[in-house]
Ligand binder design. Sequence first.
Ligand code: GEK
Length: 245
Amino acid sequence: MTKTSEHDNIFSEPMGQVARFCFDESVANVFPDMIQRSVPGYSAILSMIGDICGRYAQDGAYCYDLGCSLGAATLAMRHGITAKDCRIISIDNSPAMIERCQKIINEDTKDVPVDVLCGDIGATTIENASIVVLNFTLQFIEPSAREAILQNIYSGLRPGGVLILSEKVHFENQPHQSLMTDLYHNFKRVNGYSDLEIAQKRTALENVLRSDSIDTHRQRLNHCGFSSADVWFQCFTFCSLIAIK
Ligand code: GEK
């Protein structure tokens, strides 16, 4: 977690009409608590992103955190990088997130420079990169626009550079999909979410978070030109892939 935050009770009261989920002020205020209690393995993934940066960041290269929210992955990257003269570029299109992210980064004293930018990752040119992180962001992008974003990332990576792509995924095998969903809902219950909160959040995310299968991710990454792309972390319907140029 980036820092302690307010408790997430956004979906705790019955809502007549559940509005589409968006990354506004109310979500930004509770975001560290929300993502920690909703994404199995979130802390482990952040910690490994730091380690991967230690291994793959190249001297004089940019490291991108696309869909940075409050900058949790940015901080992991900043503290994991050991290469010289790197710069982190952290982008999110939610002004509420970016405003808070900038404050959090300002409070951190590590010396790797960070540019925190409000913008659309679909309109961002990736250049001179050794690391690109999409930590649970691509799932919110219009599916037809995903390949162009990955192509842009591939083009902007140096040879030997890596993309870390964490996503909620689905499984084509229905019994397996049901089991993973049940286990996931139980994870949320154990973390204090009621059945009402789980159901209303699910409705709010319909057509907002659109998952792909792991096969779709692998094939798309291979099609973009990555020489290797495979899963390094998985828990239920949440996984992270590493793709190497
Ligand atoms: C973390 N990576 O804590 N352009 C820029 N940002 C976008 C776009 C877009 N087109 N679409 C969505 N976002 C973070 C967590 S959260 C994941 C990432 C979640 C942003 C959106 O505003 C939000 O901040 C982020 O992507 C997704 O490691 O909430 O499950």
